[in-house]
Design a binder for this molecule. Structure first.
Ligand code: PEP
Ligand code: MN
Length: 341
């Protein structure tokens, strides 16, 4: 932060600001210029609010020099963060030249459905199995998920296939339970600004997949990631899943333009979810190829053995056969873009 003092600021006003900086636990560096004094502030691990200084006499303006999502930024860490999930069938990697594919049903519905999905996504080349046990549904009358039973089935599917699993946590009360059964926990779009939940997953020793909120700006998305990192968990996998716009013919507007920007701004890996991003399985393979060509670090897609009977998100779920075809086409592109699948 840089605090600009008025040209006529008195030495005692400058001292007062220096004292306030010390009180806040930071270090002030007065820089006398020909017109005025500016004071640089250092020693902060996060953003400092300009409001701490704006009402002090003699202060013109307090200007943030670094980003409010400081630890998420590339300035804080220039090299890419790489997230690896260990699995008996091989490791999954996001970032560092690898394109990780996460696939599976929207929700865990029963053992047969989950195992059929898990076998299919493994056969197609997915590295991580997904499946919601706790479902944040818009309607309280919709299927809410199998909860702990679903977590147990996911653990069985992991043992069966050797694929690591990711599943959503919707409540601070069961963060530990969900983490116990999964290799990565998901914070969904509806909870992107559930700050208590972000803090709780920030205390985990497990990667967190953070999905962009329904109406979240990129700045808000990165601030949500900052909450997790600030609490000690540096393994945050971002997921662009589309945002609400005036368009109604797609479920969401998949903001692919965010990918190169976010990759410039942060060191965190970012994947794309074209399933929730479009709401229609027919659009999923094309957008998955776009995500790979763009340089995203991976993909999350919904796959169901019988989408017509799915208890949630059937319209956007790929059949195992369509998933296999999509993966084939991704493999062809991966050589061109230099990202390993
Ligand atoms: C999901 O991944 O199943 C999900 C609920 O997605 P989102 O939070 O992006 O809507
Ligand atoms: Mn879903």
């Amino acid at each position: 932060m840089l605090i600009l003092m008025r040209p006529d600021a008195s030495p005692s006003q400058i001292d007062e600001v220096m004292e306030r900086i010390r009180e806040l636990g930071f270090t002030g560096h007065p820089m006398p210029g020909t017109q005025r004094v500016a004071i640089g502030v250092t020693g902060n691990d996060g953003a400092i609010e300009p409001a701490h200084f704006s009402r002090y006499p003699g202060v013109v303006e307090a200007v943030a020099v670094s980003k409010p999502w400081k630890q998420v930024s590339r300035e804080w860490r220039p090299e890419d963060t790489v997230i690896t999930l260990a699995g008996a069938a091989g490791n999954a990697q996001f970032g560092g030249g690898r394109f990780g594919v996460i696939a599976g049903p929207c929700a865990v519905e029963n053992r047969e459905q989950l195992f059929a999905s898990a076998d299919a996504v493994k056969a197609g080349g997915a590295r991580v199995l997904r499946g919601g046990a706790y479902k944040p549904r818009t309607s309280p009358y919709s299927f809410q998920g199998m909860k702990e039973e679903g977590l147990k089935l996911l653990a069985e599917a992991r043992a069966r296939t050797g694929l690591p699993v990711v599943t959503e946590v919707v409540d601070t009360a069961n963060v530990e339970l969900v983490a116990e059964y999964s290799d990565m926990v998901q914070v969904g779009a509806r909870n992107m600004q559930n700050f208590a939940l972000l803090e709780a997953v920030g205390r985990l020793k497990k990667p967190v997949m953070l999905k962009r909120g329904l109406s979240a700006t990129i700045q808000e998305f990165l601030m949500a990631a900052e909450y997790i990192i600030k609490n000690g968990n540096r393994e945050v996998l971002l997921c662009e899943r589309g945002i609400r716009t005036f368009e109604t013919m797609t479920r969401n507007t998949l903001d692919l333009g965010s990918i190169p920007l976010i990759k410039r701004l942060t060191h965190l890996p970012i994947i794309v979810d074209p399933s929730h991003g479009t709401g229609d399985w027919r659009s999923v393979p094309a957008l998955a190829r776009a995500a790979l060509a763009l340089g995203a670090d991976g993909l999350m897609v919904e796959v169901h053995p019988d989408p017509a009977k799915a208890l949630s998100d059937g319209p956007q779920s790929l059949t195992p056969a369509k998933f296999g075809e999509m993966m084939e086409s991704l493999r062809a592109i991966s050589h061109v873009v230099g990202l390993e699948l």
